[in-house]
Each structure stands twice: as C-alpha cells, then as structure tokens.
Design a protein around this ligand. Structure first.
Ligand SMILES: Nc1ncnc2c1ncn2[C@@H]1O[C@H](COP(=O)(O)OP(=O)(O)OP(=O)(O)O)[C@@H](O)[C@H]1O
Ligand SMILES: [Mg+2]
Length: 346
C-alpha cells in the first residue's frame, strides 16, 4: 500500500486547499507539482464541510491544473474534531496496545468509543515499574468519513488521513536535527485554528488547537475599520493598510496579537515537567506571514522565533511547469502538506 514513487498529498484548509505531488525517496523527496486554491468563506466552518460542491470544485480544479494522474491520496484532519491526550497505561507491546487503547480511551475522550476513530503513538515504553506513556489521538468518525468521502467523490482513494499537527512535526523533523533537552513550540497559525505542539527531540509532549487564528484578525479588522472580509484579507496578505484609519488598523492588530498571546499563555501550564519555558518558537501557516507576528511573539515570550522553512532538506523541481506558487514565500503554508506527503514515499 505504501512506498510509492509518486505521492499526492492534499491539505484541505478552511481557506486554502494545498495540493502537491512529490517524487523521489523518503530520504530525498522532491516536490514536482504544487497548487494552492482558495475556498469561499463559509465552505468549511469549524472543520465541518458546509459547502461540499465548492470544496470539490476547488480540489478538482487543482487536480486538473496539475494534470494529476495519481489515484491515491494522503490527507489530514485537524481542529475541534480531534482530541490528543498523553496518557499512561500498563506496559504492553504495540499490537496489544492497539486492542487495549479502545478501553483506555473511554476514560479520556468525551465521546462514545464507537463514534471516534482512534490512533496512538507509544511515547515512552517504560515509565516506572509497569507503565508506559502513550499519545492518544481520537478523531470524530463522522468528520473522518466526511473527509474520506470528499476524495472518493473525486475518484481518489484516500490511503492515509493524518493529524495535521503531526504532519507539521514530521516536516520539521525532516529538515532539522532535533535535540533532546530542547523544547520547541511549533505554532501553526491557520485561517480558523492555531495548532500548538511542544516537541523535544522526536517526542511530542503536548498538542492543542485553539480557535484564535487569522480569522480572528479578519474579524477584528472588519469590526474596527468597518470593512468587508475580502478587503480585510487583502490588507492581511499585502501588509498594506491602504486607506483605512491608522488607529482602527492598530487596534485590530493589537487585539489579535493579544488574543494569540493569551491563547499561548493558557497552554504553558501543560509544559512537560522540567521545562518552565520553551527554547524556541517556530511558526507556520498563513498567520506566520502576517507582518509583525514573529516580532510580537519574540517580545511577548522572550524566545527566538523562526518562520518555518520546510525546504531546507526537502527539495522542489525548479523547472517544473506544474509549480504555480512562489514556493519560498508559501513554504510556511505548504508545510503540513509536505509533512503528509513524506508518509507515502519509499
Ligand atoms: N500571503 C498570504 N497568502 C495567502 N494567505 C495568507 C497570506 N498571508 C496570510 N494569509 C492568511 O492565512 C490564512 C490561510 O493560511 P493556511 O493555509 O495556513 O490556513 P488554512 O489551512 O486554510 O486554515 P485552517 O487550517 O485553520 O482550516 C488565511 O486566513 C489567509 O487570509
Ligand atoms: Mg490548515
């Protein structure tokens, strides 16, 4: 099933649909096709697909433009339909854990076990005498099914549906040698959600998603400056405030920054034992491209901030006629799709 020489990965965000094809090997991947298309504002709300036709059209359009021939696709899910918890359970091997995890999940996930699709990762096989530490991931089954059906309607066969925050960790690890003892905050600021993961080496200590994201800024701009959503998005993308009132603009930006700062502060009590703070922040997603965000975070948290460049080791075909975005500029937005694609190569 796995280990193709050409892999199609699609990250369907609530504003941007990222479609890429990669080739090569898992050690030396190369992106050969890439397209980003937009969705109307209300097509996906809180992770739920509200306007199926628009989403299908958008994906179909990207597949056509890129002349995609792949039949299998790797995609992801995120947002409030996914719950991630670090738990302890009795020591056992992976196969046994796969059975047992269903029963453990009942205690930790506030849905009926039949209504969720479960996955897990053994973080530490030996904690104390007879326990191990496991990262439990539960996704609501109807949300998973909705995503799978989307691709089946396009005659594609979805082979992996990953958790977006893990894809991000995957691409980060691919590009950087990660060290133990160093805690890195990976903050992915999307249109509707910001995913925060705290990683140390290859261990994901904690992941949470919050609804403070670029849409929070769009709404603040609409409120403060009395403009419509389209104009707000334009201002955000270009970083030019145009003819809107300087104070209104400043208020909106400060209110957004404050909301984001508070959202991050709220997760600090969950930092792993032994860490009072993180050593570095790496940001990605459309929100990382907003003017002033890296500087704001650096100041608020007193930690170096970097905008993720997913193309340190991951290459792309500079001659390809099928890459119609500015790859270097859009890297932080493409990061989850690139991480996803890595799951498919040999
Ligand atoms: N230069 C840019 N180009 C495109 N979008 C940008 C840019 N700068 C900021 N944005 C904003 O970033 C957001 C899109 O980022 P991203 O693709 O990471 O989100 P998404 O995956 O669509 O959303 P989510 O994952 O939250 O559902 C939009 O809200 C958009 O307005
Ligand atoms: Mg996204």
């Amino acid at each position: 099933m796995f280990g193709k020489s050409s892999v199609l990965a699609i990250d369907v965000g609530s504003y941007l649909v990222k479609t890429i094809v990669i080739e090569g090997t898992s050690k030396k991947p190369i992106m050969t096709k890439c397209n980003i298309s937009t969705l109307p504002t209300h097509a996906i709300v809180d992770g739920e697909i509200m306007d199926r036709e628009s989403v299908l059209d958008s994906i179909r359009n990207s597949l056509d433009v890129l002349e995609v021939e792949n039949k299998q696709v790797i995609s992801c899910i995120s947002g409030r339909d996914v719950i991630v918890k670090k738990i302890r359970m009795p020591k056992m091997n992976e196969a046994e854990a796969r059975e047992q995890v269903k029963w453990e999940a009942e205690q930790y996930i506030p849905y009926e076990v039949e209504d969720i699709s479960l996955d897990f990762q053994i973080l530490n096989p030996s904690v104390g005498e007879d326990s191990m530490e496991v990262l439990l991931v539960g996704a609501k089954r109807d949300a998973v099914d909705a995503r799978l059906h989307l691709f089946r309607d396009l005659d594609l066969e979805p082979i992996v549906l990953d958790y977006a925050a893990f894809s991000l960790q995957n691409i980060f690890e691919f590009n950087h040698s990660v060290e133990t003892g160093k805690l890195i905050g990976l903050f992915h600021i999307g249109a509707q959600y910001t995913a925060m993961s705290f990683i140390e080496g290859i261990i994901n200590h904690f992941t949470r998603e919050v609804p403070t994201a670029v849409t929070t800024l769009i709404q603040a701009l609409q409120r403060e400056a009395g403009i419509d959503g389209e104009k707000a998005i334009d201002i955000i993308k270009t970083g030019e405030k145009g003819d809107i009132d300087q104070y209104a603009y400043q208020n909106a930006v400060e209110s957004f920054q404050d909301d984001l700062g508070i959202a991050i502060e709220r997760v600090l009590p969950y930092l792993p034992e032994g860490f009072e703070n993180f050593n570095q922040i790496v940001i990605s997603g459309g929100g990382s491209l907003i003017k002033g965000i890296p500087e704001f975070l650096e100041k608020r948290f007193g930690t170096p901030v970097e905008v993720m460049n997913p193309f340190v080791e991951f290459d792309y075909d500079r001659e390809s006629p099928f890459i119609n975005v500015n790859v270097e500029e859009m890297g932080p937005i493409l990061a989850p799709a690139l991480g996803l694609s890595l799951r498919g190569l040999k």
